[in-house]
Design a protein around this ligand. Structure first.
Ligand code: 2NE
Length: 270
């Protein structure tokens, strides 16, 4: 079912089937570089995938085989950020990174071709990455006068280690799919022709597992790295589970019935 917002996409394709949502950056003429509108539309799709109870996993990818995403569109970069039709300079991809991080379902980056600059960070922030054998990874920021000192630096260092992260940023080199696999930057490398099938296979395996277990695992893995924001996410999940319980419901019920709650029947587990 399309929502009003997902019907109005210009820079992004959005499809849903068999419990999988697929968000595709659709600007192949610029190697799938993103402008503020692209990011806004990706965010609309991520929100839809989050809210749809039939969706259990999200694939993020780019149109074509040349590029997953080449980062921020340099032709619309101005002082203060990337400028869209509303003329406000933005770095709204940082909000998208947070949204992907907090989305309570696994996000898989399906990478063919270049994943560079801000596009590289999108695959980094995804929970898993399946790469085609033609994939190329790297941070180009220091060459074009840019950098991401948030997840793009700190999460990267957690994934590939401090020395490799500093190498990736300071030298701004490009790395092959095999090199990326060797440094733990991606989960799997497959022939380009098998990329989609392999990614869907991973999705189906994920979809067979307990959605709540996956949600809590993602929260816990984030919490160990994301400080208060990570704990808030894990804490929110605990509250959601508690609201399902008879003990949690007794408190609400008693308030509504203007009586004292009776928690005596709920045992204290060790
Ligand atoms: C991606 C790469 C390596 C591909 O090279 P190649 O040789 O396959 O393609 P080509 O000819 O460079 O690109 C094809 C067309 O796409 C445009 C190019 O300008 C070219 O246009 P025409 O000449 O045909 O008119 N294009 C590609 N990437 C673009 C981009 N990012 N913005 C605007 N136009 C782009 C090669 O194209 C490349 O190195 N691209 C630039 C990568 C880059 O530096 N990205 C920005 C990093 S900074 C960032 O993303 C960022 C951040 O650091 C912090 C916060 C937010 C964002």
């Amino acid at each position: 079912v399309e929502t009003v917002a997902t019907k109005q996409l210009t820079d992004v394709l959005y499809a849903k089937a068999e419990g999988i949502a697929k968000v595709t950056i659709n600007r192949p003429e610029v190697r799938n570089a993103f402008r503020p509108e692209t990011v806004e539309q990706m965010s609309t799709c991520m929100a839809d995938a989050r809210d749809d109870p039939d969706i259990g996993v999200v694939i993020l990818t780019g149109t074509g085989t040349e590029a997953f995403c080449s980062g921020g569109d340099q032709s619309v970069r101005g002082p203060g950020g990337y400028v869209g039709a509303d003329t406000i300079p933005r770095l709204n991809v940082l909000d998208l990174q947070m949204q992907m991080r907090r989305l309570p379902k696994p996000v898989i980056a399906m990478v063919a071709g270049y994943a560079v600059g801000g596009g590289h960070i999108l695959h980094l922030v995804a929970d898993l990455t399946i790469a085609a054998d033609n994939a190329v990874f790297g941070q180009t920021g220091p060459k074009v006068g840019s950098f991401d000192a948030g997840y793009g630096s700190t999460a990267m260092a957690r994934i590939i280690g401090q020395k490799k992260a500093r190498e990736m940023w300071f030298l701004a080199r490009l790395y092959s799919a095999q090199q990326a696999l060797d440094m733990g930057l991606v989960n799997s490398v497959v022939p380009l022709a098998e990329l989609e099938n392999e990614t869907v296979k991973w999705c189906r395996e994920i979809l067979r597992n307990s959605p709540t277990a996956l949600r809590l695992l993602k929260s816990a893995l984030n919490a160990a790295e994301d400080g208060h924001a990570g704990l808030q996410q894990l804490g929110g999940d605990a509250t959601m589970l508690f609201y399902h319980s008879a003990e949690g419901n007794e408190g609400r019920q008693a308030y509504m019935e203007k009586r004292r709650p009776d928690f005596s029947k709920f045992k204290r587990l060790p």
